[in-house]
Design a protein around this ligand. Structure first.
Ligand code: HEM
Length: 443
């Protein structure tokens, strides 16, 4: 289920039909590639799926070792290119059909993040299929990618539009441990860990099962296409690590002050230890301890004296915080499968070296498109839900001139000159079909 969980209970989901990536997290360290493909003609697209289908792995036995586990996701334009019948296309949600670029206003992707500034092929109607391969060692990854290339190279109607390698040790390019706070999915068989709260209904993540409302969410038709599928939101960010380092230097005189500010922005120390449990100084042992790393809430810290109300993780999952604008946090959860690319830049480097580095934010869920749109507009780019006015997420929002971040205290500290530390290079909404749906799509 995630980096720390083991399979403990008998699963009740149809795991052998669900793509592995839904329940299997990347390992630490991890290696992989994302490829974006265009389907030039329907027959070639179907042939591609026929060739990929036997290589895909299901979520059954997700805790067993494997050389790699691929994931295949298809955009709305990809479903069109595959010749999916009109009645079926019409059964997909409107925002998914519109695609990410068309939803820029709702996502608050403006200014430097606007689709006109995205890198090719994002924002065009040519992004049809995303194939991702994850491995836990470099040799397997290289071998597997070579095999995929071999499988697809003689398909003239399928074009490789972009290819991006990724990989890291588990720490992202800013030097934070990342990707370990994940919802517990009911029926997945995964063990519950301290801090999980109750398991979230499977229908929030996989189509065809009861959701938190008690009913399954609307599902694309026919059933064979929708059931056991999910949605993926992919957003490629360029990380301005030197600017981030400089911001810390400008606002912290000592290493300890800078690291405390770095922790206040995210809500966790770079080691992963949450401020809620380690408010004064880092305690890396907590970052290594599955029993403690997520075992906290915010109810006993309403003012954010330990974990600022505006910090990244408290915004993205307010847990038991009292919110000014009510929302059921259990329907706002996503499974994160983000991957880092490029080399990290050490924290003492204050000048940009021009290298390409960042994060491919990947969110999965039966309502991932709605959830990310909600998060982007209400919890990332606004502060109203938590009484923070115009203040935005300090890590991932587009900041205007004069933006600041508040570190609560007596008196509170306003840290000025916060910038857009991650800018968007593009993205797309994808459908993540079940294995039987991929066979159905392959004709
Ligand atoms: C370059 C972009 C980003 C960076 C560097 C980043 C970094 C981080 C880090 C360091 C954590 C803490 C580790 C963890 O809890 O697993 C985290 C957690 C999280 N982030 Fe991000 N993030 C980015 C983009 C996003 C975006 C775009 C969203 C959603 C719209 C998001 C949603 C979340 C969520 C839901 C959590 C888990 C919070 C929790 O359960 O406590 N992140 N992120």
């Amino acid at each position: 289920m995630d980096l720390f969980r083991r399979l403990r209970r008998r699963p009740t989901l149809e795991l052998d039909d669900i793509q592995a990536v839904v329940l299997r997290a990347r390992p630490e360290p991890y290696f992989g590639s994302h490829a974006i493909l265009e389907i030039g003609d329907r027959a070639a697209g179907q042939e591609m799926l026929r060739r990929l289908a036997p290589r895909l792995t299901s979520a059954a036995g997700w805790d067993e070792p494997r050389p790699s586990w691929p994931a295949v996701a298809i955009s709305y334009q990809g479903l069109v290119a595959l010749g999916v019948p009109e009645s079926s296309l019409a059964s997909f949600p409107a925002n998914f059909r519109a695609g990410m670029a068309a939803r820029a206003d709702r996502l608050r992707d403006t200014g430097v993040n606007a689709p006109k500034n995205w890198e090719f092929p994002f924002g065009t109607s040519r992004v049809h299929v995303a194939v991702s391969v994850y491995s836990d060692n470099e040799d397997d990854w290289r071998r597997e990618v070579a095999e995929y290339r071999r499988q697809l190279h003689d398909l003239p109607g399928v074009n490789l539009l972009s290819h991006q390698d990724f990989g890291a040790t588990g720490w992202n390019v800013f030097g934070y441990r990342d990707g370990f706070s994940q919802p517990l999915v009911e029926g997945s068989g995964a063990e519950s860990l301290p801090g999980d709260g109750r398991a979230i209904k499977a229908g929030e993540f996989v189509l065809g099962y009861p959701s938190e409302t008690g009913q399954p969410l609307g599902m694309p038709a026919p059933d064979v296409l929708g059931r056991n599928g999910s949605y993926v939101v992919f957003r490629k960010y360029h990380s301005h690590v030197a600017a981030f380092n400089k911001f810390l230097y400008d606002n912290g005189h000592t290493e300890q002050e800078r690291e405390l500010l770095a922790a206040k922005l995210v809500g966790r120390w770079r080691s992963g230890a949450p401020l809620a449990l380690a408010p004064e100084r880092d305690d890396p042992a907590i970052g290594e301890d599955p029993q403690r790393i997520n075992n906290f809430g915010y109810a006993d810290d309403p003012r954010g004296l330990r974990t600022p109300v505006g910090s990244h993780i408290r915004r993205m999952n307010p847990r038991d915080s009292k919110l000014e604008i009510l929302s059921d946090v259990n329907i706002r959860r996503i499974i994160r499968r983000s991957t880092s690319y490029g080399d990290p830049l050490p924290s003492d480097r204050l000048r940009d070296d021009g290298a390409s580095r960042g994060l491919d934010f990947i969110a999965l869920g039966a309502r991932a498109v709605d959830t990310v749109e909600f998060l982007q507009s209400e919890w990332v780019n606004s502060g109203s839900f938590a009484g923070l006015g115009k203040e935005k997420d300090p890590l991932i929002s587009r900041q205007d001139k004069g933006a600041y971040f508040t570190v609560p205290g007596s008196p509170p500290r306003r840290v000025h000159n916060i910038q857009s530390f991650n800018t968007l290079l593009g993205g797309e909404y994808f459908f993540l079909p079940s294995l039987s749906a991929i066979r159905w799509l392959a004709g």
